[in-house]
Design a protein around this ligand. Structure first.
Ligand SMILES: [Fe+2]
Ligand SMILES: [Fe+2]
Length: 342
């Protein structure tokens, strides 16, 4: 590529796809900032070695780390029911799902690391209360039907959010999301199927399902965040194509998708204002209790303290595992080096 402009932090992949490279020629290479904008405009991906604005990097670190933390903390409410699942089949499904969430956390920590921050530092920020995770996991799981409601509504809301992230402008994040979304759709279906079985069962089982949906409906709608007008990061994130659809539009998508599913289950959604609006072609729905939303964000939800305590304890108790794994890796590496030089 002798005629390509040289730039320390670019690679051939993006040279090949960014329009305007040919015209730029060897004498007037694009600046890092121009290349960045050209990649964004072309709907191409920014890769870890590409130049990027500091704020873009910071926004991504905050967002992907928050996402990673959420996957990991999200194991707690469901892990709580593994030992009490009503059958071997349900236990196997739930264990597989909770393990998937651990895996999502790991892909996402790896994606965050490509932005130049270490995993230990991210975990420290979470433990110090300086990083957030999704507020949805600060609600308790009170009965078995909660596992169904979480799969159907919480994983359902997560998918609605995450499908757009498969098209996000940062390459490692978008690629992690492709795999995560496939697994999330399994999570959503197992939750729906669990509720369907309860709803076709005894009166008590159906009442349990209704109780769970009553408690999880509103927190699920909160997962899309504040109204667009109040969302501080939305505008810049949309311009950088990190976010591709706004909070309110995603929330509407989720409601439109979920209402017919609730009808099929024969469950009521706890919102007296919920009704089809023929003129808009969407469901109208009531307003979220924003006082509750901010209260949980600020750390005062029903389970905030317990989740963080458990997380810190698990981290401390697992220190010997991390040390053993690192010692083993160092030993293997030393053996390989010795073999090579022999
Ligand atoms: Fe997940
Ligand atoms: Fe999930």
């Amino acid at each position: 590529m002798s005629d390509a402009p040289t730039h320390h932090f670019t690679n051939e992949r993006s040279f090949a796809k960014v329009p305007g490279d040919a015209e730029a020629g060897a004498t007037s290479p694009m600046t890092g900032e121009q290349r960045f904008q050209a990649i964004i405009d072309a709907d191409d991906k920014i890769e870890p070695t590409d130049w990027m604005p500091d704020e873009y990097r910071k926004t991504l670190i905050r967002q992907i780390a928050q996402h990673a933390h959420s996957e990991v903390i999200g194991m707690q409410p469901e892990g709580n029911w593994i030992s009490r699942a009503p059958s071997l089949k349900r236990k196997a499904i739930l264990m597989a799902k909770v393990q998937d969430e651990a895996g999502h956390g790991l892909y996402l920590y790896s994606a965050t690391e490509t932005l130049g921050i270490g995993r230990d530092e991210l975990v420290d920020l979470l433990h110090a209360g300086r990083h957030k995770y999704s507020s949805i996991f600060n609600y308790p799981t009170l009965n078995w039907a909660d596992i169904g409601a979480i799969g159907w509504l919480v994983d359902g809301a997560a998918i609605t959010n995450q499908v757009m992230l498969t098209r996000t402008s940062y390459g490692p994040y978008s690629r992690a999301m492709v795999r995560i979304c496939k697994e999330e759709s399994f999570h959503q279906r197992q939750g729906y199927e669990l509720l369907l079985r309860l709803c076709r069962g005894s009166e008590e089982q159906k009442a349990m399902a209704q109780d769970a949906v009553n408690r999880w409906w509103w927190p699920s709608l909160m997962m899309f965040g504040p109204h667009d007008a109040e969302s501080t990061h939305t505008q810049q994130s949309m311009a950088w194509k990190i976010k591709r659809v706004s909070n309110d539009d995603l929330r509407q998508q989720f409601v439109d998708m979920t209402v017919p599913q609730a009808e099929y289950l024969g469950l009521a959604l706890p919102d007296p204002d919920l009704r089809w609006n023929e003129a808009r072609g969407h469901y109208d729905f009531g307003d979220i209790d924003w006082a509750e939303f901010w209260n949980v964000v600020k750390g005062n939800g029903p389970m905030n303290r317990e989740r963080m305590e458990h997380k810190r304890r698990a981290w401390d108790e697992g220190a010997w595992v991390r040390e053993a794994a690192a010692a083993h890796a160092a030993k293997q590496q030393a053996r390989r080096v010795a073999k090579k030089s022999a």
